[in-house]
Write a protein of this length. Structure first.
Length: 232
């Protein structure tokens, strides 16, 4: 019988922070480990009507081997982590946003009469585009520089910027994550219809890829970068 005691009461985000390989387990189970990272495993499973023992068994199997050093984000210098997020996730988002705005609007126009959910998908993604562009700019111009200043020593001005920016940015993460969750539901987990054209197919695959990247992006900020920055 699986011992659920070790993991059941732990926050999802903390489990992934300790071993990033757990992200794949939660992703396959449909459990949000980024915006929903503060929920305990037990509560997350209850909401999804899942058996926590089955997930815990998978987590225990990870204990037999060590995670990759390159994924040990929790031990990275905060300045380096901020640069990694900017050079990896921000660049990806800024490259992909215009493509997805174009694709989602196009398939809504062409297929919206038979798939009205695509009209809502296009509208939601347009809002995600507007929100994330401003969000990334504020991180790169205000939050990340303030974190690097605070790392140099006691800096009340930098600490005040960190506190105010993180409070706002956490709410913006909730919006973007929630909007992508809605798109996931509307498209039935990015299920490609039999009659889908190439553009329709590419759009759904790109949306799924975008959501997966967003989950990792937000996890690194919500569960690692932001909490440590607030302690500076």
């Amino acid at each position: 019988m699986t011992d659920t005691g070790k993991y059941a009461g732990l926050p999802i985000g903390a489990i992934v922070t300790t071993d990033f390989r757990a992200a794949g387990i939660f992703k396959n189970a449909g459990i949000d480990f980024c915006c929903g990272g503060s929920k305990t495993l037990e509560n997350a499973c209850r909401e999804k009507e899942l058996d926590p023992a089955a997930l815990i068994l998978q987590l225990q199997e990870l204990e037999g081997s060590s995670p990759l050093p390159s994924q040990n984000f929790k031990d990275w210098d905060l300045g380096f982590l901020a640069d990694y997020i900017m050079n990896t996730h921000h660049k990806y988002v800024l490259k992909t946003l215009p493509e997805l705005v174009f694709y989602t609007q196009k398939i809504a126009t062409v297929h919206g009469s038979h798939h009205p959910e695509l009209i809502e998908v296009a509208s939601l993604f347009s809002k995600i585009n507007d929100e994330l562009r401003q969000h990334l700019q504020k991180e790169e111009e205000a939050l990340f520089p303030a974190i690097k200043e605070a790392l140099k020593g006691n800096n009340p001005e930098a600490q005040a910027i960190i506190a105010s920016e993180i409070a706002r940015m956490s709410a913006e993460h909730e919006f973007a994550g929630g909007a992508m969750d809605t798109i996931n539901v509307l498209t039935h987990n990015y299920l490609i219809p039999e009659e889908a054209c190439n553009t329709y197919t590419v759009s759904l695959k790109l949306l799924q890829e975008f959501e997966e990247d967003l989950h990792i992006h937000v996890h690194l900020e919500n569960n690692i970068l932001y909490p440590k920055a607030l302690l500076l």
